[in-house]
Design a protein around this ligand. Structure first.
Ligand code: NAD
Length: 265
């Protein structure tokens, strides 16, 4: 299977490159970075700590989407939106790990998914996707006498908040409880916010150091509390999930899929 990597010099891009090269069953056919990025024009080898491999990092994504069976994309919402159109055009599997997507970006992915298989997940790890399923079940079992709070921590470079995973966990809780996420979510608190609203799904965001990603969902009830936690020890878990998604989506009919489809959880 022919794989392309966009945003290849990024934290996730380099992790994905390393895993594609180590995979044995996947062939790296190209790698693309943002126009003007220092990596453009260089060879992918040094990005993964090796010597030259004869694959030059490009700035034009169009030929990559035309040539690859699947493109793995951990970039920015605007970039992912532009790439979705190329994926639709080339009928290329688009694996999207980018977070911070707004409604306009989601719409672009849904449009592309009419023409090709798009797998998108704010978190591609097996553990977090199991956690999503568990949170939904626990929320379904408990009434709103249990207050739900989602706490997350990430490294200091992360630009969106709360994390895409935290939002997905909040949505899973809302689904389990049978309530609308939009009207129950409290994404941040500051100043005289008043007492906690019954049934609210609260969020708290921590940023610092090199934390890869930690999420806890608390169900705080009278005299007891349940806490479900996932801690990512390395970015490899996300890259592994992305490669699994690419393999799974290869040959599937067009559609917008999630990691729960891929992992069957
Ligand atoms: P990063 O900033 O290290 O990497 C992003 C890369 O994309 C950069 O190298 C940047 O130059 C490149 N880029 C930007 N615009 C581009 C363009 N037009 N063309 C080609 N490349 C372009 O960020 P990161 O930590 O690797 O995270 C990237 C995204 O992935 C973020 O949204 C992050 O939240 C998300 N993420 C998702 C998961 C998951 O499992 N879904 C896991 C980790 C990170």
């Amino acid at each position: 299977m022919r794989i392309g990597v966009v945003g290849c010099a990024g934290r996730m891009g380099t992790t994905v490159l390393r895993q594609v090269l180590a995979s044995g069953d996947l062939t790296l056919v190209g790698a693309v970075e943002r126009e003007g990025a220092p990596a453009v024009g260089g060879d992918v080898g040094p990005l993964v700590g090796g010597g030259p491999m004869g694959i030059t990092i490009g700035a034009d994504p169009a030929p990559l989407f035309a040539e690859a069976d699947a493109v793995i994309d951990f970039t920015t919402p605007e970039t992912t939106t532009a790439f979705a159109a190329l994926a639709a055009q080339g009928k290329t599997v688009h694996v999207v790990g980018t977070t911070g997507l707004g409604p306009e970006h989601e719409e672009a992915l849904a449009n592309a998914a009419r023409h090709t298989a798009v797998v998108r997940a704010p978190n591609m790890s097996l553990g977090v996707n199991l956690l999503l399923a568990l949170v939904e079940r626990v929320a379904a079992a408990l009434d709103d006498g249990f207050d739900i709070e989602v706490v997350e921590m990430h490294h200091r470079h992360k630009v969106d908040a709360p994390s895409g995973t935290a939002l997905a966990l909040g949505r899973a809780a809302a689904t389990g409880r049978g309530v609308d996420f939009g009207t129950h979510a409290v994404l941040s608190r500051e100043g005289q916010v008043g007492e906690r609203r019954r049934g609210a799904i609260g969020f708290a965001t921590l940023r610092g150091g090199d934390v890869v990603g930690e999420h806890t969902v608390l169900f705080a009830g009278p005299e007891e509390r349940i806490e479900l936690t996932h801690r990512a020890a390395s970015r490899d878990i996300f890259a592994r999930g992305a490669l699994q998604a690419a393999r799974w989506a290869h040959g599937r009919p067009p559609g917008l899929y999630g990691m729960r489809d891929v992992l069957g959880v």
